[in-house]
Ligand binder design. Structure first.
Ligand code: PEP
Ligand code: MG
Length: 875
């Protein structure tokens, strides 16, 4: 038979899964001799049994609870229901992972019509005793008997009105007694029985209620958001009460061993004389800085300082503590690892390594990679954001904070910025032509598109704040209005975007610029020592490449050449190329593009020097480049001299119903080899020239996208090899080069052994691989996927974190098959998942050589890769 109840003296911090976080730490504090009001913990396993046995507590468990209760009575020399010296307890939930405020708490349990009088006598404070009793009935009524709190409020407020009391404290003992009569009548009416007077009954009912609270709506939602298993159950802590509201030698407070905002090594917290924790939470009184406790209670403060130090050294981590002072005596009510900002997390971790408290590995493990973002982008002033009005919610497509006036076209945004405004570009969805506007704007908001939509990918690349797929808003680009429900915003109105949460606010919110401190560099260098995965970046221009290098990128894993054509002067040439009817026409257009491409690549090589750079051959979903409007087509006709009708006809012939599965990727190079020829030439000539000019070794990596079979890659590869070899010969160069492929079509993963015969490297394009494995359109399913996640059909958006069971299986298979054919094949990932910590852990376990992600995610990837390596060793 199991054991289901533990006294605080029996447990320890290592028993978290059984005792819950709070219970384990209360036991640990007791074990190391700190002053903790005594008590016991009913385990999470008892909670599981409660649910298994149709919400009943078994006789054996009840027996154990009574046994521990007797022990508690002996230790405290108080007794449940005793008229002279009654035992009062708190009953609190405590799950394995902290779920702050999600479950219920009951204080002052043990009070009844008799013990309330004893409490009054003992404390020589009638008002205090009756106030405690009425609070207890209310809490018990709400949590255990499930009577809406508002019904108690009606009685309470009624009494206040009746006697003309402005504040709660104006109520006299007699008023409180009257309220208690009202409360008890309410209970009787609502549940058909009297408020339980027997403390043991109160206790058993309260324990059951805490078990039930594990499954209240907000707890379920919190677990879902924080990926906590529903199966764990909660423990229940029963602890003798201490009172901080017993006069001027009592008090209560919350404190951190260091500053959770800055990491400074000094006690930080708040304190209130003559108060209970509740008063602080309810905002009834404003607490004082903890330092003032030194004046109010010098002895107690010294004691508290000493305990805080013991706790921090003991747990080897910054602690968040709750305490109460009852008539000059200090009691610890809780300790736990403190939540902290990214700045604080980094400073505390580095300081603790210096102090010899923790290892570098532990320091790296303590950093939440997702939090690193806070350090790289501007953020909102927290207070200002809290009070701002939320207009809508979209996808957190690219982190950071932006505030500005709304503009509905790229050119309007650009013009506004030129005249000194701050602009937010609002579009139905963005297209390559919006690039200049995106560069100029502070942030981007789109109504459509998912996490891998054009706006999202491009914004992340630039490190620009973006909220995408905000389906609540209606964007009228020509009418220049933005509608959300009944609200209508017009060009020039201010909005603010939080790209880290996807929230859209009305008006302006002040932003705070990030600072990269020395501690940040230190943590990063430790991460680099530990990690096995290399970290590259996805970049298509020298500026982004340089930014990524500054963030520690070790190469470029993906240069999307189609992004290089987004610039305005190039769009006509690429359109001309796409719409060309003959090879000759196409070659004319390509000849215009060659110098652009070559200078682009030279720019990249100049920044990256001898670091690896993977350049991908053109992979445009054609629709992104076709003229969008009649005006576009007319402009193109004027520009190229090709008759308008001919261009319009060609554009309509190229229209695809499903462009993402259409004439894109290597299919383009199969049908028009001259495109691959031009690009290969641009790559090789650029590399040869920069290598000579800079005296560095460059080995170009040419990547063929969207391959599905060996024959397909072989076809394109023949063109690439022929052209590259010709370039070498013309230049009299011996430059080596590598040819590889993206694995992004499921068939490529399934036949990776054959494809590896032609490919020297694989780069997993998990955006398309996810799209094609699920059959979810990358650009259209943002809203749908959100609903799937809300319903629990999907645990996560598979475009954000890799679907390890499905898409991941294809990756693992391709890794295995690729290595069978070519043991030293280079393996990387360049889909958006390359910057997602959980996906990075998967890549580490799967044995990839590198991950590649947008520049601003490089530091996150470095930390996540190190954490994956540490976890691997620990296993
Ligand atoms: C991918 O499909 O994962 C990829 C990196 O390519 P793109 O996003 O350009 O299609
Ligand atoms: Mg792709």
């Amino acid at each position: 038979m199991g054991k289901f109840v533990y006294s605080f003296s029996e447990g320890s911090k290592d028993m978290r899964s059984l005792l819950g976080g709070k219970g384990a730490n209360l036991a640990e504090m007791t074990r190391i001799g700190l002053p903790v009001p005594y008590g016991f913990t009913v385990t999470t396993e008892a909670c599981t049994r409660y649910y298994e046995e149709n919400q009943m507590i078994g006789e054996d468990i009840i027996g154990e609870i009574y046994e521990k209760l007797a022990e508690l009575e002996a230790v405290t020399e108080k007794k449940f229901g005793d008229k002279e010296n009654p035992l009062l307890v708190s009953v609190r939930s405590g799950s394995v992972f902290s779920m702050p405020g999600m479950m219920d708490t009951i204080l002052n349990l043990g009070l009844n019509d008799e013990t309330v009088e004893s409490l009054a006598k003992l404390t020589e404070n009638d008002r205090f005793a009756y106030d405690s009793y009425r609070r207890f009935i209310q809490m018990f009524g709400d949590v255990v008997l499930e009577i809406p709190k508002s019904e108690f409020d009606v009685i309470f407020d009624g009494q206040k009105e009746k006697v003309g009391a402005a504040f709660d404290v104006d109520l006299t003992t007699d008023d409180l007694k009257e309220i208690i009569v009202g409360y008890k009548a309410l209970v009787k009416k609502a549940v058909g029985r009297d408020f339980p007077q027997e403390p043991k009954d109160q206790l058993m009912e309260a324990i059951k209620a805490v078990f039930r609270s594990w499954n209240n709506d907000r707890a379920i939602l919190y677990r879902k958001l924080n990926r906590i298993s529903d199966k764990l159950g909660t423990a229940v802590n029963v602890q003798s009460m201490v009172f901080g509201n017993m006069g001027d030698t009592s008090g209560t407070g919350v404190a951190f061993t260091r500053d959770p905002a800055t990491g400074n090594n000094q006690l930080y917290g708040e304190f209130l004389v003559n108060a209970q924790g509740e008063d602080v939470v309810a905002g009834i009184r404003t607490p004082k800085p903890i330092a003032e406790m030194a004046e109010a209670f010098p002895e107690v403060y010294k004691d508290f300082e000493r305990i805080a130090e013991i706790l921090e050294k003991h747990y080897k981590d910054m602690q968040d503590m709750e305490f109460t002072v009852e008539r000059g005596k200090l009691f610890m009510l809780q300790t736990r690892a403190a939540k902290r900002t990214a700045v604080s997390a980094i400073k505390v971790a580095v300081d603790m390594v210096d102090e010899g408290l923790i290892t570098k590995e532990t320091a790296v493990e303590r950093i939440d990679p997702a939090q690193i973002d806070q350090l790289l982008h501007p953020t909102f002033d927290t207070k200002a954001e809290k009070t701002a009005e939320v207009l809508a919610k979209g996808l957190p497509a690219s982190p950071g904070a932006a505030t500005g006036k709304i503009y509905f076209t790229a050119s309007d945004a650009e013009a506004a910025v030129e005249s000194g405004e701050k602009a937010i570009l609002v579009r139905q969805e963005t297209s390559p032509e919006d690039l200049a506007g995106m560069v100029a704007a502070e942030g981007i908001l789109t109504a459509r598109g998912g996490m891998t939509s054009h706006a999202a990918v491009v914004a992340r690349g630039m490190g620009k704040c973006c909220v995408a797929g905000c389906s609540e808003i209606i964007v009228d680009e020509s009418g220049k209005t933005l509608t959300i429900g009944d609200d209508r915003l017009e060009e020039g109105d201010y909005i603010s975007l939080n790209g880290s949460t996807g929230t859209v606010y009305r008006g302006q919110i002040a932003t705070v610029q990030p600072e990269l401190s020395g501690d940040f560099g230190m943590i990063m260098s430790w991460a680099d020592e530990i990690r096995k995965l290399k970290v590259r970046t996805n970049a298509d221009n020298p500026k982004d490449a340089a930014q990524a290098l500054a963030f520690g990128a070790e190469g470029i894993g993906l240069c999307r050449t189609e992004h290089m054509f987004f610039e305005e002067e190039r769009i006509p040439a690429i359109r001309q190329m796409i719409l060309a009817e003959t090879e000759e026409e196409r070659r004319t257009a390509l000849a215009k593009l060659l110098p652009f491409q070559k200078s682009d690549f030279k720019g990249m090589y100049e920044v990256m020097e001898d670091k690896p750079v993977t350049i991908r051959l053109l992979d445009p979903p054609l629709h992104e480049f076709l003229p969008q409007t009649e005006e576009d087509t007319r402009e193109l006709a004027a520009h190229t001299g090709i008759p308008y009708e001919k261009l319009a006809q060609a554009a309509s012939e190229l229209h695809e119903f499903n462009p993402m599965l259409g004439h894109r990727g290597c299919r383009l190079a199969v049908t028009y080899p001259e495109i691959a020829e031009m690009q290969t030439r641009a790559i090789m000539e650029a590399a040869i020239e920069v290598a000579a000019e800079k005296g560095v070794d460059i080995v170009p990596e040419i990547m063929i996208p969207l391959v599905g079979s060996k024959a397909e890659i072989a076809d394109v590869k023949a063109t690439v090899v022929k052209t590259a070899d010709a370039c070498r010969e013309e230049a009299g160069s011996q430059m080596k080069y590598h040819i590889g492929t993206m694995i992004e079509v499921p068939r490529a993963a399934l036949t990776a052994d054959e494809i590896a015969e032609e490919a020297e490297f694989f780069s997993f394009g998990t955006n398309d691989l996810t799209q094609m494995t699920f059959g979810f359109s990358r650009d259209d399913t943002g809203k749908l996927i959100k609903e799937y996640v809300d319903k629990g059909i999907l645990l996560d958006d598979p475009f954000q974190t890799i679907d390890q069971d499905g898409v991941g299986l294809l990756v693992q298979m391709a890794v295995e098959k690729g290595r069978q054919t070519r043991p030293n094949i280079k393996l990387g990932i360049c889909g958006e998942h390359g910057g997602d910590p959980r996906s990075i852990e998967f890549c580490h376990r799967t044995g990839l050589d590198y991950v590649s992600c947008s520049p601003y995610r490089v530091p996150i990837a470095r930390i996540a890769a190190a954490q994956a390596a540490i976890k691997d060793v620990e296993k």
